[in-house]
Design a protein around this ligand. Structure first.
Ligand code: APR
Length: 320
């Protein structure tokens, strides 16, 4: 059987880490695409030269032409620019919206059968725009945010409880970062919900609240430490888990930005919800009943995603 083909649009910090993880896991042959000349070629060659040492079988290629992504099975999009001092949210939105138009055209032309994972921020609006510009069916294009947010939550909880990260599960909904809606009822240690762990004296409600706050601000904490960029190891690991679930038809239940068509009372918007990812892409959206506090946080999150999408429609009326 031929190897799968993985195209990474954007060969920056996350793109390079994605290529490294995909090669180490032998998920398929890898094409790194970027508009910067030399960067994708240099990273692809450097990674290929690590192959003999690490013992992986994966072809790696750097590219500046969309023709090289032809026939990709999975595409992960990190192309774009981060917000710089003096730039408004709308400035960033306008720039990255144009990037999503170009990326969508490339995908439509060369890899319309791919499963696409978008990481570019502002995530929920960019994945919405990319679905429009690529014309892909909604179940074949998702945004990566929830796996990262829940991984941060799980890590902080594992530190609090002094147990393995493997035995901590977290359930998050809503937008990325500040808009994240954690459901403490559905987050557990080996199946024991967090409210029960508070009752058992493992932690206090105050400590739990501060862990949730730290999780919401997790991206900013890394930016403040790095000073020259944003997180890339954990975001790349999260997207690889999603790609692997698709390629291996694992049917994992992962929180992703998925297009809602009435689920959770939301229409025609990408919002973070738990989904089943298998060979068909998004095979199921998991809809749970929210309690009052969760519903209020979720509604706030949906409203902020909608305002970003409305801003995209103003910038480019063709998206309306
Ligand atoms: N087409 C292809 N690549 C592009 C384009 C474009 N139109 N515009 C910019 N790029 C490339 C840049 O050349 C750069 O190599 O996208 C890459 C982005 O890489 P980094 O700046 O290192 O950003 P990274 O840390 O990888 O994050 C990428 O993910 O989490 C989000 O907020 C983050 O939106 C950002 C994205």
């Amino acid at each position: 059987m031929a190897r799968s083909k993985i195209a990474l649009i954007g060969a920056g910090q996350i793109g390079g880490t994605l290529a490294h993880l995909a090669a180490l896991k032998e998920l398929g042959d890898i094409v790194l695409f970027d508009i910067a000349e030399g960067t994708p070629q240099g990273k692809a060659l450097d990674l290929a030269e690590s192959g003999p040492v690490n013992g992986f079988n994966a072809a790696l290629k750097g590219a500046n032409s969309y023709a090289d992504i032809e026939g990709a099975d999975v595409i992960v999009v990190t192309a774009g620019v981060p917000r710089k001092p003096g730039m408004s949210r709308d400035d960033l939105l306008g720039i990255n919206l144009k990037v999503m138009e170009a990326v969508g055209d490339g995908i439509k032309k060369y890899a319309p059968a791919a499963f696409v994972i978008c990481i570019t921020n502002p995530l929920d609006a960019m994945v919405w725009a990319l679905q429009k510009s690529s014309g892909l069916p909604a179940k074949k294009i998702v945004g990566m945010a929830g796996v990262l947010d829940s991984a941060r939550f799980r890590y902080f909880l594992s530190e609090e409880f002094k147990v393995s990260v493997e035995d901590v599960t977290a359930f998050v909904l809503g937008g990325h970062g500040d808009d994240m809606v954690p459901s403490v009822r559905y987050s557990t240690v080996a199946g024991i919900p967090l409210p029960d762990l508070v009752k058992m004296g493992w932690t206090t409600q105050e400590r739990l609240d501060s862990i949730i706050d730290r999780t919401r601000k997790g991206g900013g904490e890394i930016v403040n430490l790095l000073k020259t960029g944003s997180a890339f190891y954990a975001p790349a690991a999260a997207a690889i888990a999603m790609a692997e679930s698709y390629l291996k038809d694992k049917r994992r239940v992962l929180p992703c930005a998925a297009k809602l068509e009435g689920e959770y009372g939301v229409d025609n918007l990408y919002v973070g919800v738990p989904v089943v990812i298998g060979a068909g892409g998004v095979e199921k959206i998991v809809e749970v009943k929210l309690d009052l506090a969760e519903q209020q946080m979720f509604d706030k999150s949906v409203a902020s995603v909608r305002s970003l999408v409305d801003a995209c429609k103003v910038i480019n009326p063709a998206f309306a």
